[in-house]
Design a protein around this ligand. Structure first.
Ligand code: 4AD
Ligand code: MG
Length: 477
């Protein structure tokens, strides 16, 4: 007999009632009801044991967390909320779990506690639902690009370039600690750390993706990226996954259309395919809301919010318009912004972004045409000489979820911009080559994958949507 998953058993009619299943025990009540989960579904399957037919010592080993192999007959369930259950004929213990020391007890644990037990936290409903959604979203992303003529490109993890020019890089080193290369002054020469060259972990695959866009036309990356920023916020990780499409012959308006269509498509995918997990997480948020004062409660349920994004246009607003709104608004009856926006040219803080999305426009917003001095060197300078063709997409509850731009395709302008911030031409000679040989308008963007997972699951801390979060405090697992 083939072992089946709980998801299969729950979704089919009882055709072959003799079944066997393997999973981990969630609870064992009254020496009679085993709630078993195997990760294939949010739902447990109830396994009903006639305790008189089993050895007492065997049943003692059916404890929370134990791995078991159950054989029996699938029957319609009399219990509430479950279609079928298994009348158990045979149980074997595959792996014991000491109830005294097993960290995941059948009770509500705090997310902080579960973060410390990241290796076991997917044995809870919340984290298994989040990680199933994470998997579904990755699939939806590949599906979207595949169906729209994009090639998937793998960009290097170890690289010599600082794509964002922000200097937030982790160095990669194979220096011989006992016998390191030395500078003329006698100190360790870190510029020789990677077989004689200076390298770091990538902050973005964009520059490399541009090279492929300028030959294959439409490409995207989906890989890990690293930022050595010491940001201890609920939206920053030192290692996060980024999706970066890059398209030749596409301008900023096309980039906005692509980003909006893409975001809607992947969210729609999980609304259609992951309903059970979404409904579970939605209920969790609604229960949490009940413990909060009215003013702090969510205005929409999770599923309403996801539907809202797929059904409504993203509002497109220039940086200059946004600054006017922020200068003239009253964010709150009592409180002003922590950082006041006084002049044109100031970068927006997340409080401003969230005000625009959540209070002012009340829908996703695409901000574009930012001041050149607060954006990366590769962005296309506008004819006004002071703004660039940048775009950020802001989402409710998240703030910036996407950052992108039309790229500077003019060799002379790009060289000037690099010189202004001291990027040597030798460092990016290959990037400049794209402007020398068959240059063309092209654009792309980067979506922070974990921020998308946060949005789709309603989780409020980015550490809870990636299996093993890397933050300045945490790299244990
Ligand atoms: O805005 P960023 O820095 O843009 C780039 O890296 C461009 N090269 C992308 C491109 O045009 N191809 O990052 C893009 C997105 C942000 O909007 C945010 O969602 C996410 O990546 N992000 C982070 N997510 C988690 N932790 C961090 N430390 C993040 N930094 C950026
Ligand atoms: Mg950004």
């Amino acid at each position: 007999m083939k072992s089946r998953t709980i998801s299969e058993l729950l979704s089919q009619d009882i055709v072959f009632p003799e079944v066997e299943i393997k999973g981990w025990v969630r609870t064992f009540r009254a020496n009679r009801f085993i709630a078993l989960n195997d990760g294939s579904s949010l739902n447990n399957i109830q396994c009903v044991v006639d305790f008189e037919s089993f050895d007492e010592n065997l049943l003692k080993r059916v404890t929370t967390g134990a791995a078991v192999h159950v054989k029996g007959t699938l029957v319609e369930s009399q219990g509430k909320g479950q279609k079928v259950e298994i009348q158990v004929s045979d149980i074997s213990i595959l792996g014991d779990s000491d109830p005294e020391t097993y960290p995941i007890q059948p009770k509500k644990h705090s997310f902080e506690f579960l973060r410390e037990n990241a290796h076991l936290r997917t044995r809870t409903n919340t984290f298994s639902a989040v990680m199933r959604l994470r998997s579904a979203l990755s699939f939806a992303i590949h599906k979207y690009f595949n169906e729209n003529g994009f090639y998937y490109m793998h960009t290097p993890i170890i690289t010599g370039s600082d794509a964002e020019g922000a200097g937030e890089m982790f160095k990669v080193s194979n220096l011989d600690a006992k016998n390191p290369p030395l500078t003329n002054e006698g100190s360790i020469d870190y510029s020789k750390d990677f077989f004689g060259k200076e390298t770091n972990l990538t902050v973005s695959g964009q520059l490399e993706a541009e090279t492929y866009a300028m030959s294959l036309g439409k490409v995207y990356t989906f890989g890990p990226t690293f930022r050595a920023e010491n940001s201890n916020t609920s939206r920053h990780l030192a290692e996060f996954w980024m999706i970066e499409p890059e398209v030749a012959f596409m301008d900023l308006a096309g980039n906005m259309d692509l980003a909006e269509g893409f975001m809607k498509s992947v969210i729609k995918y999980v609304l259609e395919n992951n309903r059970e997990d979404l409904e579970f997480l939605d209920k969790r948020l609604q229960d949490e809301d009940k413990t909060k004062p009215q003013a702090e409660r969510n205005e929409m349920t999770l599923i309403e919010k996801l539907n809202f994004v797929t059904d409504n246009h993203f509002k497109r607003v220039s940086y200059t318009e946004a600054i006017d709104i922020l200068r003239n608004c009253k964010p709150n009856k009592k409180k002003k912004f922590k950082y006041l926006i006084n002049e044109w040219g100031t970068d927006l803080q997340s409080e401003h972004e969230r005000f625009l999305v959540e209070k002012h426009f009340k829908c996703p917003v695409i901000l574009f045409d930012y001041p050149a001095n607060i954006k990366a060197f590769y962005m296309r300078l506008n004819e006004d000489g002071k703004t660039v063709r940048a775009m950020d997409i802001l989402f409710p509850g998240i703030g910036e979820i996407v950052g992108g731009a039309q790229r500077e395709e003019r060799l002379d302008v790009l060289k000037q911009k690099m010189a202004a911030i001291n990027i040597p031409e030798e460092d990016l000679w290959w990037y400049l080559d794209l402007r020398k040989f068959g240059t063309a308008v092209h654009s792309g963007f980067g979506l922070g994958f974990e921020r998308l997972v946060m949005f789709a699951t309603g989780m409020s801390n980015i550490r809870d949507v990636i299996p093993f979060p890397r933050t300045p405090q945490n790299a244990e697992f």
